[in-house]
Design a protein around this ligand. Structure first.
Ligand SMILES: [Fe+2]
Length: 288
C-alpha cells in the first residue's frame, strides 16, 4: 500500500489501537501524560514480576540492556528519554505506533534502526495473556537487546531482508519464521547455562520458566534453513525452541546468507511441523 506522506492510515480490522492519527509510516505521538494511574499500575505489576525472573532466566545481555535503559519500575517509560540511551548505545530509536503495522512499514523501520513500540498497555485482567503486542511486550521484550551492538545489527539486517522476501512467493512466510523463532522465542547457551532472550518468552511469566526448565519442548541447535522451514504455534507455548551460542552466530547466518535460493527451494514445499524432528537436528539435552 503506497500512500502520500501526509495521508493518515486506515484502521486495520480487528486491531485495538487508534490508527486515526498515525502518519503514513504508522508512527504516532506517545502522549505519555495521557496514561492513567491504573495504566501505570499495570506496568508496575508486569515490570516487577518479569524483572525478578530475568536474573534467573534471561541472557546476561538482556539484563544488562534492561538496566542500562533506566526504565521506571512504576511508570510506563517515556520513549524520548529511553531513546537518548538507545541512540548513544547503538544508534537505534523506538518509534511509537498504535499496534501491529503492515509488514512493509515494519521492515522499513527496522532497516533504518527504528523499532516500532505499541503505545497502549493491556488491562489488569490480561496480565498473563494478550493476543496483540502492547507497550509492555514491545518495550520490555524487545528494547533491552537493542542496546547490544551485534543483536541490533541483526535486527537491521532482518529489516533489510524484508522487501526481498516479499518479492518471492512464500518468501515472507519463511522470513517470518526466523523472526518468530529467533527474535520472539530464541534461547541462548551461556556460561551460566541455558537462558532466554526472545521477547515473546521474556514478556510471559509462564513461558519464561517453561522455555528454560520444562522437559516438554525440544531444544535444537540453531540452523537457519531448519528454522525457516518450520511452522510455529501461536496459541500455546512453543513445541520447539532453537538455541544459539551467541548473537554473532545469528547475525552471521542472516547477514552472510542469500535467502533467495532458500525461498526458491523450500517456499513451495510443505512446512515442517512445529514439533518435527529431523535426523540432522542437533538436540540439547533435556533439563534435569
Ligand atoms: Fe514481539
Amino acid at each position: 500500500m503506497v500512500q502520500p506522506p501526509s495521508a493518515s492510515v486506515t484502521q486495520p480490522r480487528g486491531l485495538r489501537g487508534d490508527y486515526s492519527r498515525a502518519a503514513a509510516d504508522y508512527s504516532v505521538e506517545q502522549h505519555w501524560e495521557d496514561y492513567s494511574a491504573e495504566e501505570h499500575a499495570v506496568w508496575a505489576a508486569l515490570y516487577t514480576r518479569q524483572l525478578a525472573l530475568l536474573e534467573r532466566y534471561a541472557a546476561p545481555e538482556v539484563l544488562q540492556g534492561a538496566r542500562s535503559l533506566g526504565a521506571s519500575a512504576t511508570q510506563i517509560p517515556r520513549f524520548e528519554r529511553v531513546n537518548r540511551v538507545l541512540a548513544a548505545a547503538t544508534g537505534w530509536q523506538m518509534v511509537a505506533v498504535p499496534g501491529l503495522i503492515p509488514d512493509q512499514s515494519f521492515f522499513e523501520h527496522l532497516a533504518n534502526r527504528r523499532f516500532p513500540v505499541t503505545v497502549w498497555i493491556r488491562r489488569r485482567d490480561e496480565l498473563d495473556y494478550l493476543v496483540e503486542p502492547d507497550v509492555f511486550h514491545d518495550f520490555f521484550g524487545h528494547v533491552p537487546l537493542l542496546t547490544n551492538a551485534v543483536f541490533a545489527r541483526f535486527m537491521q539486517a532482518y529489516g533489510e531482508a524484508g522487501p526481498k522476501a516479499m518479492a518471492v512467493p512464500g518468501g515472507l512466510r519463511m522470513l517470518s519464521r526466523l523472526y518468530w523463532y529467533m527474535v520472539e522465542f530464541g534461547l541462548i547457551r551461556t556460561a551460566l547455562g541455558l537462558r532466554a532472550y526472545g521477547a515473546g518468552i521474556l514478556s510471559s511469566k509462564g513461558e519464561t520458566v517453561y522455555s528454560v526448565e520444562s522437559r516438554e519442548p525440544q531444544r535444537l541447535r540453531f540452523e537457519l534453513t531448519r528454522v525457516m522451514r518450520t511452522d510455529y504455534r501461536i496459541d500455546t507455548f512453543q513445541r520447539t525452541y532453537f538455541v544459539i551460542d551467541d548473537f554473532q552466530e545469528l547475525f552471521a547466518a542472516c547477514y552472510g546468507t542469500d535467502f533467495a535460493p532458500l525461498y526458491r527451494r523450500y517456499a513451495a514445499l510443505a512446512a515442517l511441523a512445529p514439533d518435527a524432528r529431523l535426523p540432522e537436528d542437533v538436540p540439547l539435552p533435556a533439563p534435569t
